[in-house]
Design a protein around this ligand. Structure first.
Ligand code: GLN
Length: 229
């Protein structure tokens, strides 16, 4: 399992989202507050952001708390759309930078918080790694993000134990799902944050119910229930 976060709004630095908040992804990498599966998220991390229309990524197989280079450079970066994650690798999964979210097809940045049986996912040459999250990302990219809800319901039908929280963004939209784990939203004056858990104690954070599709665009947050079997 992991913890992830997405931003859509005015330009912000990844440092302000990930490193500075009292319970941001940096602290969540060793002391998450709401994590139900796994104790810490030390098996890598990643951030992706849109630079104009171009997704750029920085990923690692090491703990976020040890990355002094990222801590130095991140305050100088700025983007209207950011996807970041810290990773707790599931048993048997590789620990390598390419297994860390966000995954990308060149248009979207995508993070998976959860676990899915790799045997029910189609074999593909397009996955960035062999972990479940990379294979699932390749399937979602193949089906298209407009079909994210249907894809998640179909995967869950094939693996009823799967946990399938997805967070994806393309620079102007975020699409996300809750399926088995937590997700909260914070509507700020300058944009919208979606995060596995609140990065501070602002009472404006709202929990998103399980089994929902979340769409964020133009500062609007739209929820749609997902119907599983
Ligand atoms: N199943 C994921 C993996 O090992 C667990 C990490 C996560 O929740 N993204 O890649």
């Amino acid at each position: 399992m992991c913890r992830h976060l997405a931003w859509l709004g005015e330009p912000v630095s990844p440092a302000a989202l990930m490193l500075d908040p009292p319970s941001g992804l940096l602290v969540q990498s060793y002391a998450p507050r709401r994590q139900k599966h796994g104790l810490m998220n030390a098996d890598g991390w990643g951030v992706g952001f849109f630079d104009g229309g171009v997704p750029r990524r920085w990923r690692s197989a090491a703990p976020l708390w040890g990355d002094a280079s990222f801590a130095s450079v991140a305050p100088a970066l700025s983007s209207r759309c950011v996807v970041a994650a810290v990773r707790s690798a599931s048993v048997g999964m590789p620990v390598e930078a390419s297994a860390s979210a966000p995954f990308s097809d060149g248009t979207w940045l995508l993070s998976h918080n959860g676990l899915v049986d790799r045997a029910i996912l189609p074999a593909t040459r397009d996955a960035e790694s062999t972990n479940d999250s990379a294979l699932l990302a390749a399937l979602i990219f193949d089906r298209g993000l407009d079909a994210l809800g249907q894809t998640i319901v179909a995967v869950a039908a094939d693996d009823p134990n799967a946990r399938l929280n997805i967070l994806a963004a393309n620079g102007s939209r975020i699409v996300a799902t809750t399926w088995g784990d937590t997700l909260s939203v914070l509507r700020r004056d300058d944009g919208v944050v979606l995060a596995s858990e609140p990065y501070d104690d602002d009472p404006a954070w709202e929990e998103i119910p399980d089994r929902h599709l979340v769409e964020v665009a133009d500062a609007h947050v739209h929820l749609t229930p997902l119907k599983g079997s």
